[in-house]
Design a protein around this ligand. Structure first.
Ligand SMILES: *Cc1c(COP(=O)(O)O)cnc(C)c1O
Length: 393
């Protein structure tokens, strides 16, 4: 039997990513493939870099999309900025901080861990104390928006503490970019990476990164070679650099980059501040509905992400069955808890193109119906009207 074409079901993506992709982006991705050294493509690459500088709020010349997912952007930051034998302070308050530790150790360096309870932000006082205790540390890494728990950390304060101790900074902004306030230059972040599939709502597989002059100085003065050939910025700069001389490094994912360019054009049209505000606005309505149902949020309001909502699961409910009913009967995807949070929370994403009033109301209605059918101990039929009231307020 011949295998036919693949036609995915049409879903609403309200998990931890990927988020719903704007049809304008999918249309852009279907345009004709051209050569990656074609002058027309090079012009588009330059435009993407300009648009990305706006999204990151930076003038950093080395700002570009890596041809690989967010995890590769993470790895690019670590392999270029960490040398064997160095000490790196890694602040961990969820899954992604754990991966930073893994990266540091694979670079032959030592990770000094600051471990916070999951659901809490990184504590600036602990960073201060740890750096005072380890004056030989030269880098601090942390996650701005922890997607595994839904907590945001105060990036501006953490970076300023790191700099007072002569440390460079690596910031994971995969989930924060375009969803929460983020100002790379004003906050003096040295190296930052993000992903295309969260609040930018592009197809997965692209990782925007940006490096300050301080970071570039460190990279160009390394004593050892970067152990990854593909991610070595000294080589990648010749491909994405703006000196007009573009030399072959790898073949960029041409059509994916059309989509990424379009996603950034859409962000520019909306305005960055408006995008941040929209994420908060829809979160507020979802919150009203979730609380009217009698469910609660895992993370304190003071440091809760609007784009990633960790909601506690009612007593005695088979959470996986809820998710599969939502998927199969409502074509709606929400996320499960990761690691220690498995079975304790759902992760409802309101990211990018998926952060809409329609999605908030549909998700609350579906969750209300499914939980009521299962006999969960919730306040039935209250969620949607509470969210509507929040929108009307
Ligand atoms: C999703 C995510 C990543 C990894 O991105 P991929 O594109 O899945 O490789 C890294 N950090 C955070 C905080 C994320 O949410």
């Amino acid at each position: 039997m011949a295998i036919g074409s693949f036609h995915p079901p049409v879903r609403t993506l309200m998990g931890p990513g990927p988020s719903d992709v704007n049809p304008r982006i999918l249309e852009a991705m279907s345009r004709p493939t051209i050569g990656h050294l074609d002058p027309a493509f090079v012009t588009m690459m330059e435009e993407s870099k300009e648009l990305l500088k706006y999204a990151f709020q930076t003038e950093n010349k080395l700002t570009m999309p890596v041809s690989a997912p967010g995890s590769a952007g993470m790895e690019m930051c670590f392999v270029n900025l960490v040398e064997p034998g160095e000490k790196v302070v890694v602040c961990q308050n969820g899954v992604f901080g754990m991966r930073m530790k893994e990266n540091v150790e694979r670079c032959g360096a030592t990770a000094i861990m600051i471990e916070e309870d999951w659901g809490k932000p990184v504590d600036p006082a602990r960073l201060e104390a740890t750096l005072a205790e380890h004056p030989d540390a030269n880098l601090v890494a942390f996650v701005h928006a922890e997607t595994s728990t839904g907590a945001i950390s105060d990036a501006k304060t953490l970076v300023s503490i790191a700099h007072q101790h002569n440390c460079l900074t690596i910031v994971d902004a995969v989930t924060s970019l375009a969803g929460s306030e983020l100002k790379v230059d004003e906050w003096e972040i040295d190296a930052i990476y993000s992903g295309s599939q969260k609040c930018i709502s592009c197809a997965p597989g692209i990782s925007p990164v940006s490096f300050s002059e301080r970071a570039i100085h460190k990279i160009t003065n390394r004593k050892t070679k970067v152990q990854s050939w593909f991610l070595d910025l000294n080589l990648v700069m010749g491909y994405w650099g703006s000196d007009g001389q573009r030399s072959y490094h790898h073949t960029a994912p041409v059509n994916s980059l059309y989509g990424f360019h379009e996603a950034l054009v859409i962000l520019q049209e909306e305005g960055l501040e408006n995008s941040w505000a929209r994420h908060q606005y829809n979160h507020n309505a979802l919150k009203a509905g979730v609380e009217a149902m009698g469910l609660s949020f895992f993370v304190d309001e003071a440091y809760r992400l609007p784009q990633l909502n960790a909601v506690t699961i009612p007593e005695g409910i088979d959470e996986a069955a809820v998710r599969s009913t939502l998927l199969n009967s409502y074509n709606l995807e929400i996320g499960a808890g990761l690691g220690p949070m498995a079975g304790k929370i759902w992760r409802i994403g309101l990211m990018g193109f998926a952060s809409t009033e329609t999605n908030v109301l549909n998700c609350l209605g579906a969750l209300d119906a499914v939980l009521s059918d299962m006999g969960a101990d919730i306040q039935s039929s209250k969620a949607v009207s509470a969210a509507k009231a929040a929108y009307a307020a």
